[in-house]
Design a protein around this ligand. Structure first.
Ligand SMILES: [Fe+2]
Length: 236
């Protein structure tokens, strides 16, 4: 989700280790694999296709014993809510994922992904990637990660060009586009270009796992931009 490492679509990152040398991270990948293999598509062909794309790409990384790049752990203001999010997650439907994430909690690199982050959002949001072109687990056609929101957050409207995105709640409740309330275990699919806006519950933080499927070029330079409000776009 960063724009700082646009290396022309090819990963120039050289691994520090093989994945098999980092069992805690394989543990986390196994949880993602189980989620995308055994969860329901709710009868949606588009979601079934997305789930298969994620698990096929993930299985290929595990089978190839892909590279692992050591990264500097970084926190953001919102990570003050991480303990609560993990504790609540471990009591719910997504307890396996919450437990696996706890094993690597001090090794995560939390980021914003935007050159200019609205100040209100900078205190209430951050994400970390666990697999993708920049690592820590190297992959070029899939990004897996987590996004953490403080209670009572609005993540402004945005869309992703050439990237298919799914969110699965690990802890906390959230709503997308005012359409419904989603609980731990629920999956939302945003296809390329789909505009979406997220709000989170008033009292508890919300931790979502996400998967991005795309070409190496799209995933290396996703160019994240928030959608300008309509009144500002008029005449643009
Ligand atoms: Fe998104």
């Amino acid at each position: 989700m960063s724009m700082t490492d646009a290396s022309g679509g090819e990963s120039t990152t050289s691994p520090d280790a093989r994945l098999s040398e980092r069992p805690d991270w394989i543990y986390l990948l196994r949880e993602f694999e189980a989620l995308f293999r055994h969860g329901s598509a709710g009868g949606s062909k588009a979601i079934r296709t997305h789930r298969k794309a994620v698990r096929d790409r993930l299985s290929a990384v595990i089978a190839a014993d892909g590279g692992f790049v050591e990264q500097t752990p970084i926190t953001k203001p919102v990570t003050a809510h991480f303990n609560r999010a993990l504790d609540v997650g471990e009591r719910g439907a997504m307890q396996g994922m919450a437990r696996a994430l706890r094993q690597v909690r001090d090794r995560l690199t939390w980021e914003y992904g935007y050159e200019k982050v609205p100040p209100a959002l900078a205190r209430k949001y951050a994400y970390c990637e666990i697999l993708g072109p920049r690592g820590p687990i190297l992959a070029d056609r899939l990004i897996l990660g987590f996004v953490l929101f403080a209670p009572n957050t609005t993540y402004p409207q945005h869309s992703h060009k050439s990237i298919e995105e799914s969110y699965i709640s690990i802890s906390g409740a959230w709503s997308e586009n005012n359409a419904a309330v989603y609980a731990p275990g629920s999956l939302i699919l945003n296809r390329p270009g789909d505009e979406h806006r997220i709000t989170t519950g008033e009292l508890e933080p919300c931790l979502l796992a996400y998967a991005w499927v795309g070409t190496p070029e799209a995933l290396t330079a996703p160019g994240m931009k928030l959608t300008a409000p309509k009144r500002k776009r008029a005449g643009a």
